[in-house]
Design a protein around this ligand. Structure first.
Ligand code: AHR
Length: 552
């Protein structure tokens, strides 16, 4: 009895605290906007297929291949390799990417695109010039160009997402590129393509109007108004050449430049009527400035990504309102990843060599957990973010790394592979109750400085109406303890757990190497019995996927 009285009084105190912190949260926290509420005890969420956020456009789970370091040369193209096919493409890399099922791949840059002469990369290979590439101070032989990329995409079953050079290039240059790729025949540039052996047009639908033009590091860097007018001019002409194209304007390249959001507003004020989407980029790291080297803060960084998505969407809606437009722009998060170690001047300078080792980031377990978080965020925001590109795909800040003898899967490969394999159909609208932990603003760079609370568990779910299969992706940010998640299935009812795997380990800094390729790799997790109430026991420091068959 005494115990009960104690418990009741403790519970009252707890509820009072919860009510006051909930009131504060309602005013300022990011939790409600993410669909999260604080709770005590096991986390829980209701699953009801009638409540969904979006039909998943799989372009959200794309990737990126830039002419940078060893990404193209020795990554996807290496005629002297024992793995090369008749075109010089590495078959081992093709197999990996095909198995991943990457839906769309952005190319050829990145910073590279802002100085790229696409005409140097087409036609007879022996006639293509070797040039000094200025974004990465490297030698570019142009032996791999647009047509090779398109052929390679066909081999890996991916759609191409091409970028225009709006840095040193002109609108004319961009329009000619679309004509070369997409017009069937009978015009100057389409006939050039045909003379190069490609009779059928490539029909590339998605195009980026330049890259990171807000960045002082970018070739042809300009003001937002200058860029916006140039993008508008190019877009207007491109639509004459091919009205089917989807055009993505360059938004802010990160959240730290002083121009963040102002850039996006001004660009859109110039070109809103001519574009379909706007790009977002960001790279994250466990550094003193961004996280205070604190892994708990690090694993919350997908919520910073989510806030950036909300902010850019707000700017789009603001300009839509200003212009009284009926068109709603979508977002293209076409560069995102962890990148902070291979980032100094040395890692970015090719020193006028061919295929130098640049941006070769080695990924550990905590990076993989955060990449899982980013995937959860992108899925949660998939109603607005239609295109996404993990930057990049091979050798350069990438899940895959090559050497002369094969391909290594880095830790971040696994969460990406799970989202690609299992997230299908509709993204469900989950309201998750979870215990939370505090994060502090003090000492952090302004764009990551927040006093807030972070849910220990980050959960998203998809359900494919075509086959009734569900996918649940669960990040446990608790570094010390297992956490329970109760899934309360109202509709449909699970009948069988088809797969349940987790990525976890005792050493957050562990990474795969060619010598030890499976140090960070998934293991099977004991799943609860399929049914209307399922309690998952998520290991500390883990990212988990459950693939579940259901019956309505
Ligand atoms: O992905 C590496 C580089 O990061 C890209 O070239 C550029 O767009 C970004 O700054």
């Amino acid at each position: 009895m005494a115990d009960n009285i104690m418990n009741t009084s403790n519970r009252r105190k707890f509820l009072a605290q919860l009510a006051s912190s909930s009131a504060a949260l309602a005013a300022v926290s990011w939790l409600p906007s993410l669909g999260y509420a604080q709770s005590r005890g096991p986390a829980r969420t209701v699953i009801n297929q009638a409540r969904y956020r979006s039909e998943l456009d799989r372009r959200l789970l794309g990737s990126f291949l830039e002419h940078l370091g060893r990404a193209v040369y020795t990554g996807v193209y290496e005629p002297d390799s024992k793995f090369a096919d008749e075109k010089g493409f590495r078959k081992d890399v093709i197999t990996q990417i095909k198995e991943l099922g990457v839906p769309i791949i952005r190319y050829p840059g990145g910073n590279f695109v802002s100085g790229y002469e696409w005409q140097d990369g087409v036609g007879p290979k022996e006639k293509r010039p070797t040039v000094l590439e200025r974004a990465w101070n490297s030698i570019e032989t142009n032996q791999f160009g647009t047509n090779e990329f398109i052929e390679w995409c066909q081999r890996v079953n991916a759609e191409p997402l091409l970028g225009f050079n709006l840095g040193t290039g002109t609108a004319e240059h961009a329009v000619a590129y679309v004509e070369y790729c997409n017009v069937e025949k009978g015009t100057r540039w389409s006939e050039l393509r045909r003379s190069h052996g490609y009779e059928q047009p490539h029909n590339v639908k998605y195009w980026c109007l330049g890259n990171e033009m807000d960045g002082p590091w970018q070739m042809g860097h300009s003001t937002a108004r200058e860029y916006g007018r140039k993008a508008r001019d190019a877009a207007r002409q491109i639509r004459v050449v091919d009205p089917e194209t989807k055009l993505i304007a360059c938004g802010s390249s990160n959240t730290f430049l002083d121009t963040y959001l102002v850039w996006d507003r001004e660009v859109l004020e110039e070109c809103y009527d001519q574009v379909d989407g706007i790009s977002l980029h960001n790279y994250y790291g466990n550094t003193p400035a961004l996280t205070g080297n604190d892994t708990s803060r690090y694993l919350a960084m997908n919520l910073d990504m989510e806030r950036q998505i909300h902010e850019i969407a707000a700017v789009c809606d603001y300009v839509q309102g200003l212009q009284k437009s009926s068109k709603r722009l979508w977002l293209s998060f076409d560069e995102w990843n962890v990148w902070y170690r291979a980032r100094d001047a040395k890692a970015r300078d090719g020193q006028r060599t061919f295929a130098p080792h640049l941006l070769e980031e080695v990924y550990n377990l905590e990076d993989a957990l955060l990449v899982g978080g980013f995937l959860n965020t992108l899925l949660r925001q998939s109603e607005r973010v239609r295109v996404g590109c993990l930057a990049q795909i091979v050798n350069v800040i990438a899940p895959l790394v090559t050497n002369a003898d094969g391909v290594l899967r880095q830790s971040i490969y696994y969460p990406y592979a799970w989202a690609l394999k299992y997230a299908r159909g509709r993204v469900l609208d989950l309201q998750v109750e979870s215990e939370t932990y505090p994060i502090k603003a003090e000492g952090l760079r302004a764009d990551f400085a927040r006093n807030d609370r972070v849910p220990y568990l980050d959960v998203v779910a998809t359900l494919d109406p075509a086959n009734g299969q569900a996918c649940v992706l669960m990040l446990n940010r608790d570094l010390e303890s297992e956490r329970e998640l109760v899934l309360d299935w109202r509709d449909p009812t699970p009948t069988r757990v088809l797969a349940c795997e987790t990525l976890t380990g005792s050493d957050l800094k562990a990474a795969n190497t060619f010598e030890h390729p499976t140090l960070v790799s998934p293991r099977t997790l004991d799943a609860p019995k399929a049914g209307s109430a399922m309690t998952f026991k998520l290991p500390p420091r883990s990212y988990t996927v459950a693939h579940i068959a259901t019956s309505s």
